[in-house]
Design a protein around this ligand. Structure first.
Ligand code: SF4
Ligand code: SF4
Length: 434
C-alpha cells in the first residue's frame, strides 16, 4: 500500500516504513549479496542500503545525494538478501520504490534528446514486438556484414560483446494454438521482448515440451512486455500499463495457466498483485492473474512427462537465475528435470545462486561491477569442467555466453527446456535408426 507522504520521499510509490523498520540489522543477508561479496563494504550491502533508504525517508539524507543514488543504482535487485532474511524484509519493494522516487525527481532534468532516447528504449523498443524485430534485423545485419566487428574495436566494445547473436529466424507463432492430444488443460505461453528474437528455439522447445506433458499451448497476440524493465528502472506507472495489458490478454484467452520461460519476466508477472495494490479496480484481477503464473520448469516438474526420453551424455552445471531462485523461490524443479535425462551428470558450481551480473540492463548501466560478477561466475563454471551450462533466463544466458567467449572457453549455454526437448528428440532419432 502507498503510505502518506514522508520527509525525503513524496507522491506515489514511497518505500514503506513498515518494510524497512522490519530490518533488525542482523546482517544474515550480507554473505548472499553479490556487491557486498565483491566490495566488503557496508553501504554496498542490503543492510547499508536499507539504512540509506530509511535516512532519506526520515529527512536525514537528500533524495538525490550522490551516495544514495549510487547505491540504488549499484544494487542488482537480485533479491538474494530477501530470500535470506529471517525477518521477511521485502527488500525488492524498497529498492523499486526508491528508484521510482529518484526517477521522478531526475526525469525533468534530462535533456530533450536524453529523455527521448529513454522513452524510445522503454516504450517503443522493449514494449513493442514489431520494433524489437526491426531492431533485431538491424543487429543481425550488423553482425553478418562486419559492422559489428568495427563496433567491437571502437567505443562500443562492451555493448557489442553482450548483444545476442541474432538467429536467422524469429519466433512468429503469436496468434496460434498448438493442441495436445489428449489435452489436460491450456497453457498460455508468454513470448516476451528479447526471447522471441534472440531465443526462438527456447519458445519452440517450450511448446513441444508442454504438449508432451499434455497441455494445449496458446500464444495470444494481445500479450506484451511483462514490465520488469520499467519497474526496475523506476517507471512504475508504465509497468502498471503493461501489467493491465497482460492481465486482459490472459483473461480473454481462457487458458488455465500462464507459462513463462524467462525468470525475470516470471518474477515480474507473479508480482502484479503488489504492483497494482493501490488500484481498487485492478488489484483483485492482478492477484488472481499472478496466482496462475508459473515458470515452465515448475509446470513440467509437476506433470507426468512422456517416458520416451533419450540420452544426453554430458557433464552439466546449473546457473540459478536470481529471479527464479530468490524472487520465485524455484530451485529444485529445474534440477529434478535435468536429473530425468539419461546420461546427463549434474555437477554443482560454487555460488550457483550468486548473480552473474546481468540483472536486466545492469550490465549496461554498471559495466564495471557487472564485469567483476561475470568473471566470478564464469570462473566457477569452468572449475566444474562441465561442457554445458543450463540456465532458465535469457539475461543470464547472454551474460554467461559473453564471459565464456571472452575467456575463450568452449562451454555451451542452454535453457533447461532446450536440453529436455533435445533428449526427447534423441530418443526419436535412436528409434528411427534401430
Ligand atoms: S537479514 Fe533481514 S533483518 Fe537482517 S540485516 Fe538483512 S535485511 Fe535486515
Ligand atoms: S538485491 Fe542483491 S545486490 Fe541488492 S542488496 Fe540485495 S543481495 Fe545485494
Amino acid at each position: 500500500m502507498i503510505e502518506a507522504s514522508q520527509p525525503g520521499f513524496s507522491g506515489a510509490d514511497i518505500p514503506s516504513a513498515a518494510v524497512y523498520d522490519a530490518c533488525v540489522r542482523c546482517g544474515l543477508c550480507l554473505p548472499t549479496c553479490p556487491t557486498y561479496l565483491e566490495t566488503m563494504t557496508e553501504t554496498s550491502g542490503p543492510r547499508g542500503r536499507i539504512s540509506l533508504i530509511k535516512a532519506v525517508a526520515e529527512g536525514e539524507l537528500p533524495l538525490l545525494s550522490p551516495g544514495f543514488v549510487e547505491q540504488m543504482s549499484e544494487c542488482l535487485d537480485c533479491r538474494a538478501c530477501e530470500a535470506a532474511c529471517p525477518s521477511g524484509v521485502r527488500y525488492g519493494s524498497l529498492l523499486e520504490r526508491s528508484r521510482s522516487q529518484i526517477e521522478t525527481a531526475v526525469a525533468p532534468t534530462r535533456s530533450a534528446p536524453q529523455g527521448a532516447l529513454r522513452r524510445f528504449a522503454l516504450r517503443t523498443l522493449f514494449s513493442n514486438p514489431a520494433t524489437m524485430r526491426l531492431a533485431a534485423k538491424l543487429l543481425r545485419w550488423a553482425q553478418r556484414s562486419g559492422v559489428m566487428w568495427i563496433a567491437e574495436r571502437t567505443g562500443f566494445k562492451d555493448a557489442a560483446a553482450l548483444a545476442p547473436r541474432i538467429p536467422n529466424r524469429f519466433f512468429v507463432a503469436n496468434g496460434q494454438r498448438f493442441e495436445a492430444q489428449p489435452s489436460l488443460g491450456v497453457a498460455f505461453l508468454h513470448t516476451g521482448c528479447v526471447m522471441h528474437v534472440a531465443f526462438p528455439n527456447v519458445h519452440e522447445a517450450s511448446i513441444r515440451m508442454l504438449r508432451r506433458a499434455g497441455l494445449t499451448v496458446t500464444v495470444p497476440r494481445a500479450q506484451g512486455c511483462c514490465g520488469a524493465i520499467a519497474v526496475h528502472t523506476g517507471q512504475m506507472e508504465f509497468g502498471r500499463e503493461l501489467a493491465k495489458r497482460n492481465i486482459e490478454a490472459f483473461e480473454r484467452s481462457g487458458a488455465d495457466v500462464y507459462v513463462v520461460n524467462a525468470a525475470g519476466c516470471g518474477s515480474a508477472l507473479k508480482e502484479y498483485g503488489d504492483l497494482l495494490a493501490g488500484d481498487p479496480q485492478w488489484h483483485e484481477r492482478a492477484e488472481r492473474f499472478s496466482s496462475r503464473v508459473r515458470d515452465i520448469t515448475e509446470v513440467l516438474d509437476a506433470m507426468q512427462l512422456d517416458s520416451h526420453i533419450g540420452r544426453i551424455d554430458a557433464l552439466v552445471t546449473y546457473q540459478e537465475p536470481c529471479h527464479l531462485v530468490h524472487a520465485q523461490r524455484v530451485s529444485a524443479a529445474p534440477r529434478r528435470l535435468l536429473a530425468q535425462i539419461p546420461g546427463l551428470t549434474l555437477r554443482e558450481m560454487d555460488e550457483s545462486a550468486v548473480c552473474c551480473g546481468s540483472a536486466g540492463i545492469y550490465n549496461l548501466t554498471q559495466p564495471e561491477m557487472a564485469g567483476r560478477l561475470q568473471r566470478r561466475k564464469v570462473g566457477h563454471i569452468v572449475e566444474t569442467a562441465a561442457t554445458i551450462v543450463a540456465t532458465a533466463n535469457p539475461g543470464c544466458a547472454l551474460q554467461v555466453m559473453a564471459g565464456l567467449r571472452e575467456r575463450g572457453d568452449d562451454v555451451r549455454v542452454a535453457h533447461v527446456v532446450e536440453l529436455l526437448d533435445e533428449a526427447y528428440a534423441n530418443y526419436n532419432a535412436a528409434a528411427t535408426r534401430a
